[in-house]
Design a protein around this ligand. Structure first.
Ligand SMILES: Nc1nc2c(ncn2[C@@H]2O[C@H](COP(=O)(O)OP(=O)(O)OP(=O)(O)O)[C@@H](O)[C@H]2O)c(=O)[nH]1
Ligand SMILES: [Mg+2]
Ligand SMILES: [Zn+2]
Length: 388
């Protein structure tokens, strides 16, 4: 038995935040009903309201699970309902999260996310009556007892808390589009940083090449290929480049996630690389009977290759999580090699004499645009997430 001090769940406390919750809702349509609950509570109130709880912990420091708990994979989280695929039968269970797990999760926006490996216990009907449970009709129910440690976790900062977008992935497809919307380089560079940090392989995927002349951005993209990142130019509309994308994603056991701005064509591309997926998504949307034109929650999709891909809602901004400003340039593969050549160890690469980074920019060894996003990201990362 171990005693821990745990914060009360945030929703037990009175709301103190004045900021506009509906704005966040409109921005990213992620777990609407969780948003309110995930509000950050100002300092003192929450610090003083702790309670001591007792835990049974095993050697990993994890909460022990009851003998009849089954391993499963989180497919999708919708409000209080978590859809878990039972490893043994492939059946989908609608699960609630054990209260104790919620209590322990103090720094994260959600306790479970798509891609999580969990242990859950089938349970008699929880009697959920809320409107959101409408799509769960007929599915067996359960309770999540434990979340396995995560690897390959894509996170960002949302209201100063960690927002884990997806866990346990090997590859991040950074989807952008040549037009409608236009490429946002800063967003690509931010996502590469988080992928590098999480040791997820980033692949840059430029969609909608039918809407312009792709040759125009080849020089900019060349910067990434020279650093060893794979770049794919595709069109979900005409099918151009789709076969290469399919080969990159359809690999046995490979776990990918697609991320990018809303409307760049993430879901369209997934439909293009997996035959009959429209069928599968309609199958999955039985859980959520509202038809969706755009993705509203991260959703894990099984692929015929035996791997899976997680489709995610569009993101407008991507604030780095757990990266301190001085670390940023270290995640730039093109800039990092020059850092140790700077005259001063604490060089900020902005004004110092003998700055090897700036020299390299002047000599054309580092692309000016990359240098600029590095400075921007490093200097802006403490601003509110919707700073732009
Ligand atoms: N011209 C053209 N249009 C495309 C292409 N790919 C997708 N679209 C269109 O772009 C729109 C948005 O596509 P989605 O696949 O819904 O985009 P998304 O990235 O999944 O958007 P969210 O789910 O909101 O994040 C749809 O109208 C698609 O038909 C493409 O290659 N060329
Ligand atoms: Mg989508
Ligand atoms: Zn320097």
């Amino acid at each position: 038995m171990k005693k821990v001090r745990a914060e009360f769940r945030k929703n037990r406390l009175s709301k103190t935040r004045k900021t506009d919750v509906t704005r966040e809702f409109h921005q990213e349509t992620l777990d609407e009903d969780q948003t309110v609950r995930a509000e950050r509570i100002s300092g003192k109130g929450s610090m003083t309201r702790q309670r001591t709880i007792q835990l049974d912990q095993d050697s990993d420091g994890l909460i022990a699970v009851a003998g009849d708990a089954r391993p499963g994979l989180v497919i999708r989280v919708h409000g209080l309902n978590t859809f878990v695929e039972d490893d043994a039968t492939g059946k989908i269970y609608v699960c609630a999260v054990r209260r104790l797990l919620k209590t322990l999760s103090t720094d994260q926006r959600h306790v479970v996310v798509a891609g999580d490996r969990v242990f859950f216990r089938p349970a008699p009907s929880l009697g959920t009556t809320s409107e959101e449970s409408a799509g769960t009709a007929g599915l067996p129910e359960g309770i999540i007892e434990r979340v396995e440690p995560r690897t390959g976790c894509l996170s960002r900062t949302s209201w100063r808390r960690q927002h884990v977008i997806v866990s346990n992935v090997d590859q991040l497809l950074i989807v952008t589009s040549l037009a409608e919307p236009t490429i946002k380089w800063n967003l690509i560079d931010r996502m590469i940083i988080m992928a590098e940090k999480a040791q997820i392989r980033p692949v840059i995927c430029v969609n909608k090449i039918d809407l312009g002349d792709p040759a125009e951005i080849v020089p900019d993209l060349g910067v990434y290929t020279r650093m060893g990142y794979e770049v794919l130019m595709v069109s979900a509309e005409t099918g151009q480049g789709v076969e290469r994308l399919r080969q990159r994603v359809q690999k046995k056991g490979l776990r990918s996630v697609v991320a990018g701005q809303s409307g760049v064509g993430k879901s369209s591309l997934l439909n293009a690389i997996e035959e009959g997926l429209a069928l599968k998504t309609s199958h999955v949307s039985e859980m959520n009977q509202k038809g969706r034109h755009t993705t509203t929650a991260a959703e894990l999709i099984r692929l015929s290759s035996g791997g899976y891909v997680v489709d995610t809602p569009g993101i407008r901004s991507f604030d780095l999580w757990d990266v301190i400003p001085t670390e940023v340039c270290g995640f730039y593969r093109d800039i990092a090699p020059f850092i140790s050549l700077c005259k001063f160890q604490d060089c900020t690469h902005t004004h110092e004499a003998g700055c090897a980074v700036r020299d390299a920019v002047a000599d054309g060894l580092i692309e000016l645009r990359r240098y600029e996003t590095m400075c921007q990201i490093r200097d802006s990362r403490n601003l509110p997430e919707d700073w732009e």
